[in-house]
Every structure is written in structure tokens, then in C-alpha cells.
Design a protein. Structure first.
Length: 149
């Protein structure tokens, strides 16, 4: 079976890193994702707010380099989680378990803390989540207005 989701949207709030009782890092965040089409009546695009969760190294990467308003491309799998709320009512929540995340904007257009463009990709898609930071193979040069040829 195939369970793969890819989203591009903006963080609705700053991600907050937490740890489980056994010390595993986890971060939950919400992406605001615009729909591809506009409403016939108003001409405006609707936005979906999609809950995501990331574990271990991916969670630490997200909490370090992403903030409210930052554009991100997330890939992962859809998970349905059930829980009982404080009033004893059983609830179901759909969320994206994030395997890979990439910057969807450049650091020049964002108000982030100057993180390098690139992304984080977990190894082999397993639950290990021990991946590495992907750094770009180039450095930005300043344009002096003169062409070199």
C-alpha cells in the first residue's frame, strides 16, 4: 500500500520542541496550505490548515530553522490517531508524520534566523529518523552588475 503526502505551506506558529517521557524529541506544527483553485463567488483561494508531527532529528531541525510564516515543503505519511479528550470523548485526528522537510522560500525573503537554504531528509524512510542536513552545493555571490563574459 502507498501512503505518501507532499505539502507546501506556511507555518502558522513557531514550532515548539518537546520531549517524550523517554527523552525522544517531538515537534507538532500546522501548515497553512492554499488550495489550487479560487472560489467562484469571491475569487479568493481557500486555505487548509494541516497538522503535522515530526520526531527525533527531524523535530530538532524544524525547531531550530523554521518559524511562524516560513514556507516549507513537507513529505511524509498520513496517520489517523485516536485519543480521549478531557471530557472523556473519543476523538480522531489526521496528521502528517513528517519524514522530510525543505525550505520553500529563500532566507532573503523570510524573516528567519538566517538558516541556510537546504533541507532535512531522514534516512530510508524508516522510523529511525537519523538523517542528515542537506546543504546546498553552491554559495551565493554578490552581483556587481558586470557580466564575466
Amino acid at each position: 500500500m502507498l501512503n505518501q503526502a507532499v505539502l507546501m505551506g506556511r507555518f502558522t506558529r513557531d514550532p515548539e520542541l518537546k520531549h517524550t517521557q523517554s527523552g525522544i524529541p517531538v515537534v507538532s506544527f500546522t501548515l497553512a496550505v492554499e488550495r489550487d483553485y479560487a472560489s467562484r463567488d469571491s475569487g479568493e483561494r481557500q486555505t487548509d490548515f494541516i497538522d503535522c508531527v515530526a520526531w527525533r532529528n527531524t523535530a530538532e531541525f524544524i525547531s531550530r530553522y523554521f518559524s511562524k510564516g516560513r514556507m516549507a515543503v513537507v513529505s511524509g505519511r498520513i496517520q489517523i490517531r485516536e485519543y480521549t479528550d478531557r471530557e472523556g470523548i473519543r476523538r480522531r485526528v489526521a496528521e502528517i508524520v513528517t519524514d522530510n522537510i525543505y525550505f520553500g522560500d529563500s532566507k532573503r525573503t523570510s524573516d528567519s534566523s538566517g538558516a541556510a537554504t537546504g533541507g532535512y531528509q531522514s534516512d530510508s524512510g524508516s522510523d529511525d529518523y537519523s538523517g542528515s542536513v542537506i546543504e546546498p552545493d553552491f554559495t551565493e555571490i554578490e552581483d556587481d552588475g558586470e557580466l564575466p563574459f
